[in-house]
Ligand binder design. Structure first.
Ligand code: 5AD
Ligand code: SF4
Length: 470
């Protein structure tokens, strides 16, 4: 019941102005989210748009009048996963039909964008295929699809979307907790040769400063304490500031830091080529910008970086890391790595291991290269054997998880700030996050929920910390 509209909801678009017919039966929507944080943000936006149209959220597809799969296309088998989920949903839809009830089915997200009409051809139960740039039009598209015609909407008009996205109610924000995402940038112009994002999310677009400030102010007023700015290339964000100058992400962070109630800022995901001086300065001068930076390098080999079209060398990356650490010495780095890109030799792989040893990561994500249809990497010769990819991934992950464990253990005995975000797993516990994003479990009274407490770390495991209130 996350999405009931309350009195605080201000009209920002035509989606929010309609008063709901009191007699209208409540309809239920189930949204399943795959993939990245931007999909999490987008699913919330879809819920907001639909709540203004009379839908309430349900946690299971069983009793849903509308099922939306918000899909991811970044790595292999994503589309296959969606089709097998659609197989399960087909049975539910048929059962509901026996009871004389309708179940609308929609595929959203990057698989929708990439496959378009092919989806409803392969899975005729799908009523609506909707790409990420059209979520603000969901209610209207659903009305069109409800009379039995198949609707496919994969147009690109990002600014239009941001202008018309429904505003969540204060109640909805509160239920989502004290941390929130705000998309500030979408799409990508970098065209790394392994990546589908420039095709599924389109060209790089930055949201306007006023929109971002307004959304963050609303979140803060509803009790949000920590905001993570999202973008496929978030540090490429730029826009005109109120002073008439062109701002980068650094200036934007300084502006958002002034908003009452916001106590922590984060951003993700960044590209090494867009780490401007003002952003590094923000890490030096802004206490509420958390000392954690996700800065994927993908490979430690110059030859592979070139083949990936990353447009920087390993030395450029080392120099950049030095500058960032000079500005903020307690910063923890996180990264993404791909093993087995076409042509990757044993030596290239060793170079990646060496880079990891030199940089030292607090956490990281690593993947086997997965050829994506339509990307240049997929047609390269010298595709690497699956077995070799698996071995290289295992080796890399041993190293990365050792670094992560060591980093967690290094905090034992230290007193750190923890933002309490939810009840813990055990009775009497609250769970929160450290400045470096580690989950921290603490025995603490419930009224500390939403507060930042001083916590002495007493134990560390591979994935979390345990502490006691100071
Ligand atoms: N194969 C494997 N990993 C990929 N990523 C993106 N595309 C691919 C691919 N084709 C990884 C990158 C990126 C992260 C979000 O997903 O490491 O940073
Ligand atoms: Fe994909 Fe990131 Fe490269 Fe853009 S910069 S193409 S989103 S990996």
């Amino acid at each position: 019941m996350d999405n009931l509209v309350d009195q605080d909801t201000q009209s920002q678009s035509e989606n929010t102005t309609e008063a709901r017919d009191q007699n209208e039966a409540t309809r239920k929507v189930f949204i399943k989210t795959y993939g990245c944080q931007m999909n999490v943000y987008d699913s919330d936006r879809m819920n907001d748009a639909l709540s203004n149209d009379g839908y309430v959220k349900t946690e299971t597809p069983d009793d849903a009048d509308l099922v939306i799969l918000n899909t991811c296309h970044i790595r292999e088998k994503a589309a296959e996963k969606v089709y097998s989920e659609l197989g399960r949903i087909r049975k539910l839809k048929e059962e509901r039909a026996k009871d004389g009830k309708q179940m609308m089915v929609s595929v959203a997200g990057c698989v929708a964008q990439a496959e378009g009409a092919e989806i409803s051809r392969r899975a005729p139960i799908v009523d609506l295929v909707v790409g990420p740039q059209s979520y603000h039009r969901l209610p209207e598209l659903l009305t069109r699809a409800s009379n039995g015609s198949k609707v496919v909407e994969t147009e690109f008009d990002i600014q239009d979307k941001f202008k018309h996205l429904a505003t969540p109610s204060k109640e909805a924000v509160r239920k989502r907790g004290v941390t929130a995402f705000v998309t500030v940038q979408e799409g990508c112009d970098k065209f790394c040769t392994f990546c589908v994002v420039p095709y599924t999310r389109g060209a790089e677009v930055s949201r306007k400063v006023e929109q971002i400030v307004m959304e963050t102010e609303r979140l803060a007023a509803a009790g949000v304490r920590e905001v993570t700015l999202l973008g496929q290339n978030v540090n490429a964000w730029h826009g005109e500031g109120p002073d008439g100058r062109e701002w980068g992400l650094g200036e934007l962070l300084f502006r958002l830091a002034k908003i009452d109630g916001i106590e922590r800022l984060r951003y993700t995901t960044s590209h090494p080529r867009d780490m401007e001086d003002s952003l590094i300065a923000a890490h030096r001068d802004l206490d509420i910008l958390m000392p954690y930076l996700h800065l994927p390098v993908q490979s430690g080999s110059d030859a592979i970086l070139k083949a990936m079209n990353r447009k920087h060398t390993r030395d450029d990356y080392f120099r950049l890391i030095d500058r960032i650490r000079e500005a903020r010495d307690d910063i923890a780095l996180s990264g993404d790595f791909i093993v087995g890109f076409p042509g990757e030799t044993d030596q290239d792989h060793k170079d990646t291991l060496d880079l990891i040893k030199r940089v030292t990561y607090g956490s990281a994500f690593s993947f086997k290269y997965s050829p994506r249809p339509g990307t240049p990497g997929a047609t390269l010769e010298d595709q690497i054997d699956e077995q070799v990819k698996s071995e290289r991934l295992a080796e890399l992950q041993v190293l990365l998880s050792t670094q992560q464990k060591d980093f967690n253990a290094s905090l034992i005995g230290k007193t750190i700030d923890v933002l309490f975000e939810k009840e813990g797993r055990r009775e009497g516990q609250l769970a929160g996050r450290s400045p470096w994003l580690q989950p921290v479990h603490v025995n603490a009274p419930l009224d500390l929920y939403g507060e930042i407490g001083s916590v002495e770390i007493v134990a560390a495991s591979a994935n979390s910390l345990e502490g006691r209130l100071v």
